[in-house]
Design a protein around this ligand. Structure first.
Ligand code: EPU
Length: 339
């Protein structure tokens, strides 16, 4: 029923940047029936729809003249367990980190490196979330999405999702697919991924030689808490830019001037650069313009010190992009969706 829509709702609590714009209409949807009903009502009333999860990958630059539909479906279940591999399904509205914690409490490994990422289960495949050497594609076992063009449900396999670095078929076709529930292939036995950055070192500092999945999760939580601001305390959307992938010749050219360049060779011969490092070298770390700023410990994270508008944050981002292009000939692409 369209009567359940709220009008002129502040979106401040619903985006992790804490930006105070209003939604013309707002509704929570808890299951497939409510999703379909809200979409049908919106179509009938000719109101556009913006679907959100945890609002952790969103930069709102103006009031939203649409129905903001927040995925609030809950539920987690084990679908299959052959003694080794366990298929777990979670509803789109499940908050991500509590879901990771639930899986660890069941003794299931696979999601430990993805601990403490803000957002929801349904948003995770959109940009193939990743951290500390693991991406969702590595533990993915399928998902169910609603085709907003036809109203039909569709199952997606790993290949069909076209996952790539912070990318998927869902991101490539904005507004087409609404992810309803996601399945993960977890395991009773952990296959540890400890090679990214400080993970192994953190564990050995703690005297842990044979870590459990819970140990790895704890180590990653502690590393993240040291560098990444908690959105509850300081508005942010995690990494604001993707790490750029550039031609090896360009990386070599930059290295001539900056021998400390942080670069990761890719399978295709290109090189992924640490955007945070480039931004820091360019002098932006800790920079602040009004309430919009670059985090003082992680330059890849833009922060809202309180009253920044989305436009102010976007302007700061554009200045950084222009400077990095001029200095390094590298184009930085925004990670959050701009509205
Ligand atoms: N670095 C700097 N200065 C900075 C920031 C980073 O020199 O201000 C250097 C670090 O010292 C390190 C390298 O850059 O040598 C990489 O830094 P870090 O390990 O912090 O990771 P990142 O590349 O900045 C990516 C993801 C994060 C993810 C971490 C860990 C992207 C866009 N970001 O960040 O994801 O948590 O790796 O895997 O790929 C997110 O997407 O929101 C996110 C937080």
């Amino acid at each position: 029923m369209s009567g359940q829509w709220q009008e002129q709702v502040s979106l401040k609590p619903y985006n992790t940047f804490g930006i105070d714009v209003a939604a013309r209409y707002f509704t929570d949807v808890h299951n497939d029936v409510e999703v379909r009903q809200a979409l049908a009502d919106a179509k009938h009333r000719q109101v556009p729809v913006l679907v959100i999860g945890g609002g952790s990958n969103l930069l709102l630059t103006a009031d939203v003249q649409a129905l903001v539909m927040r995925m609030a479906s809950r539920g987690v279940r084990i679908l299959a367990d052959d003694g080794q591999r366990v298929i777990v399904e979670a509803e789109a509205g499940e908050p991500w980190h509590p879901f990771v914690q639930w899986s660890l409490a069941q003794g299931l490994a696979g999601l430990e490196n993805l601990s403490l990422i803000p957002g929801t289960v349904g948003a995770a495949p959109m940009q193939n979330i990743g951290a500390y050497g693991v991406e969702i594609k590595d533990v993915f076992a399928g998902l169910t999405a609603l085709d907003r063009q036809t109203g039909e449900l569709r199952e997606f396999t790993l290949e069909e999702c076209q996952f790539a670095y912070r990318d998927s078929v869902f991101k490539q076709h904005p507004g087409r697919w609404l992810i309803l529930r996601v399945r993960f292939a977890l395991s009773h036995v952990m296959q540890a991924h400890l090679d990214y950055g400080p993970v192994r070192q953190r564990l050995s500092e703690q005297g842990i030689g044979q870590p459990t999945a819970q140990n790895v999760s704890d180590a990653i939580c502690s590393i993240r808490r040291e560098k990444l601001p908690d959105p509850v305390e300081l508005g942010n959307a995690g990494s604001f830019f993707k790490n750029p992938v550039v031609a090896a010749v360009l990386a070599d050219r930059i290295r001539l001037q900056y021998p400390g360049l942080v670069a990761y060779p890719q399978a295709d011969g290109q090189v992924k650069l640490a955007a945070g490092w480039l931004i820091e070298q360019a002098g932006w770390k800790g920079h602040r313009e009004g309430d919009a700023g670059v985090h003082r410990l992680q330059s890849l994270v833009l922060v809202n010190y309180g009253q920044a508008s989305g436009l102010q944050l976007h302007q700061l981002a554009q200045k950084i992009q222009a400077d990095i292009l001029e200095r390094f000939d590298v184009r930085l692409e925004m990670e959050p969706n701009l509205y």
